[in-house]
Design a protein around this ligand. Sequence first.
Ligand code: NDP
Length: 400
Amino acid sequence: MKKALIIGAGGVASVVVHKCCQHPDVFGEIMIASRTKSKCDALKEKLENTTKTKIQTAQVDADKVPELVALMKQFQPDICINVALPYQDLTIMDACLEYGVDYLDTANYEPLDTAKFEYKWQWAYRERFEKAGLTAVLGCGFDPGVTGVFSAYALKHHFDEINYIDILDCNGGDHGYPFATNFNPEINIREVSAKGSYIEDGKWVETEPMEIKREYNFDQVGMKDMYLLHHEELESLAINIPGIKRIRFFMTFGQSYLTHLKCLENVGMTSIEPIMYEGKEIVPLQFLKAVLPDPASLGPRTVGKTNIGNIFIGKKDGKEKHYYLYNVCDHQECYKEVGSQAVSYTTGVPAMIGAMMVLKGLWKKPGVFNVEEFDPDPFMEQLNLCGLPWKEDFNPVLVP
Ligand code: NDP
């Protein structure tokens, strides 16, 4: 039985904690540590009488390496699961190196002052993790995360060479608010208001935000508008999946969401440039986050389904082959099981599975890795067992 230190106590962390508690044989003890200890305590109180997993809580500022190392020395974890915010990735990786423990996260590092998603900061830790004999698993949510595992699985079992990948992220859920984001509003808005981009013939092609729009008829959700976004797994998959000619990422958005976002953008509310307000410096986007609904509160009100997956085009035995791997997840089913909506669920379950892979020694090798660099099979098996079953389509409609 192993010990996991879980950093963060938000929407995704809550799912990770629930799912770890469903596997006490692997997660014998967990420590939930976050900035606001009361949120950790609330999770402990909800779960401690329902599981054999022993739960402890602590307050920690994950921007401070010495605080993290002190906590690790006290708890002695076998893995550190980072489900705080991307800004904390590097300090938590530093602490893992200093104490000597494996690391896993769900989103790549991003400096507070530039909305730029790149792996370069975390890939720069490769040699240090290798030398320390420690494993760091990057981006182990759904996208990035399962989308990388899907790619490794497709390559292993269905293709000699994959040439095109389209990742389609559809949220057909309705929370009834005129405007709310399904995960941390600051991170979400930074992501969708940035320029779009995709990789073609080894080069990044940049687009204006929301410039490329397509329609797609999603299984169990229906017809949706989707828009090409920059997304972090494009960077790693273009390197790790040989033979790739083009890789794109599309996310669905409703017209109301886009109209609200445009209006907020036009009045300067999505800016990350600090401004002075009544003698105090504030960041407009952080202020906006404070007035928007907390994503963790959307669970009870969200109905509908998500459908996220990858369409692959490649070659098998000299012939062109098409293959679509996806998961459909129901917001209300997630809420019934763990008290969260499907966006937190589809991120938290893969994070727990990734940690399980490392703790069981199945994904254990020294260095810093993206998920597609590990054996996909045991992870794919757990997806089916842990609430995110996948479906295959060998004749999918392609995205023009
Ligand atoms: P939330 O905002 O709900 O939760 C973030 C948590 O981190 C909060 O508990 C917050 O504390 C805590 N935190 C923030 N700063 C610190 C700090 N300095 N020290 C300690 N704790 C801190 O976010 P989500 O749960 O929605 O998202 C969590 C992560 O998951 C994000 O990195 C997000 O980008 C990623 N994600 C990944 C997806 C994927 O598919 N790969 C999809 C969705 C999200 P406090 O309560 O005090 O604010």
